[in-house]
Design a protein around this ligand. Structure first.
Ligand SMILES: [Zn+2]
Length: 100
């Protein structure tokens, strides 16, 4: 069950280990465009290589928004998540874990 965890690859934030806010993906028809933008930003694929789409319970944490907060203002840089751990970052984390 991944309720309360962030759907971004390599992101390990959960409601338990962080003080991040967790945002559900936009679902309403009005926000279909925004939903697509978020999905494109997350840039995930399913294990079989097919395009990923968020489940109703999938959330993204506030760490991925500039300023640490989602904005409902289309003109704002934090309208769409834009901060993602790179695979480089991931490998740095692996090294850190190995040190311990
Ligand atoms: Zn996250």
């Amino acid at each position: 069950m991944n309720y309360g965890t962030c759907c971004v690859l390599w992101c390990r934030n959960t409601r338990r280990n962080s003080s991040c806010k967790f945002y559900l993906f936009p679902t309403s028809k009005l926000n279909l465009q925004l939903r697509k933008m978020w999905i494109a930003a997350v840039n995930r694929k399913n294990d079989d290589g097919s395009p990923w789409s968020p489940k109703p319970y999938d959330r993204i944490c506030s760490n991925h928004f500039i300023g640490g907060k989602k904005s409902d203002d289309m003109a704002s840089l934090s309208y769409v998540p834009s901060i993602f751990p790179s695979s480089n970052h991931f490998y740095q984390l692996i090294r850190l874990f190995k040190k311990k």
